[in-house]
Design a protein around this ligand. Sequence first.
Ligand code: MSP
Length: 514
Amino acid sequence: MDNKNYYITTPIYYPSGNPHMGHAYSSIIADVFARFKRLDGYNVFFLTGTDEHGLKIQKSAEKNNKKPKDFCDNISKIFKNLTKSLNLSNDDFIRTTEERHHKAVQFLWEKLQSKGYIYLSKYKGWYSVSDEAYYNEDEIAEKDGKKISTISGSLVDWVEEESFFFKLSSFQNKLLEFYNKNPKFILPISRKNEVISFVKRGLKDLSVSRKSFSWGIKVPNDKKHIIYVWLDALTNYISALNYPNLEDKLFKNFWPATLHIIGKDILRFHAIYWPAFLLAADIKPPNRVYGHGWILSDKEKMSKSKGNILDPLEVIKIYGLDQLRYYLVKEVSFGNDGNISDKNIENCINSDLANNYGNFCQRTFSFVEKNCKNTVPSDIDFNPEDLKILNSFNNNIDKIRSLMDNQQLNEYIKFIIDKSSNANKYFNDEAPWNKKDDKKRLNTIVYVSLEIIRKISILLLPVIPCSANKALTYLGLNTKTLKLSSITDHLINKPGTKIINQGILFQKVEKNND
Ligand code: MSP
């Protein structure tokens, strides 16, 4: 049976500092998938939010002379505002300091405990506050006289304290079996292999509570301990669905999640700990975890300490939101790291948006204005060339769906670019300006061109919602009711419909010379 529900999440962000391009990237990517599935008639639930507990946040708050909750309220609001600035279509925004989340985490803890998966012992080992992660001895190196994690490069401290443990070791085989049965649980494949070899090397029990600080959710029945921030944070994906109420409509419809979009640095938590916690609590693990690469600034991961933070709002101010969204989807090879620079973003805007799709829209709209009284022409007769270009959409709808279901974002964009190039070529080859004596042919070329604008714009709606929406409204269409499947129709622009061209869609950008 075709399940028409689709649940997609972003990581929940640490409100320890202002959002940067890396955060914007995870969110935009998730938004593209959410919008695509809605367009395809799915019932979508798209979740994002902030991860507000733990030592990292407590320390950031102290540095700013603020109480952790006040500190989080402030920065969480900035992340929430960013969802508007990025035009995200999220259905909810969860904060881990909310009551609904506390209840879910404590319930899950009790469930794990009642099933015998939690015991009290002592933790002795390395801990990175900035990653909120424990590291094994073989993952530690020395740099400039300080101990760091070889996995993330972050500083680590030696920690010794009483702690509750989760019996992760007893999930090694269950996890391997689960990966085996669900070969697309972790994507891209290269990351899946990393995870599997890590699990095969053996899993140690995981420390899941801390005693030496207080900013977090208390362990039920032992108020001296607070729950490990990753057990707390991961639970957001179900607390937003009203877990532990398993009969709740949201939980029933949307769990297991279809897709967790995350960065590669937090794969271990999502692909090992999270399914283990869920299996232990008799809850189905999510269907897929996709670990994307990093957006590099000057070829390095952005971080406050490196001082190379790229602010998405700055980039939007210079180039525009859809331009940034398009760039991130098109120019970053999804799954791998990608760079962002003025030169790349300018080239991308000019070559794809202004000169290709934008140009095709513009020349068609201008031609319709001058030659067809700004009206969708009637009296048309398709020849084989017309049908070929129109059918190149119909015949590929299953391929398009499959690309998006397998997160092959770059191929999806490539399809659209190819279609835009073909459309420009069609317009040049057919040269409607030479057909003024053959009104029927001229009308048909114009009609086909408008149809192609409609089809391409529908495909672009998930990626550049504002601009694609604009193009579609020029065509007199209501995008709220449009469906992906309508790219297979040919006669959607009712002859006689008025075209309302309100100006060009994408300005070319002057190139930065440096
Ligand atoms: N709070 C945790 C996630 C908990 S999810 C249950 C966390 N937060 S974070 O704010 O540090 O990072 C959130 C996401 O942003 C991660 O997926 C991380 O990979 C991503 N990015 C952070 N810097 C990035 C880049 N420079 N590039 C792309 N994404 C990166 O981790």
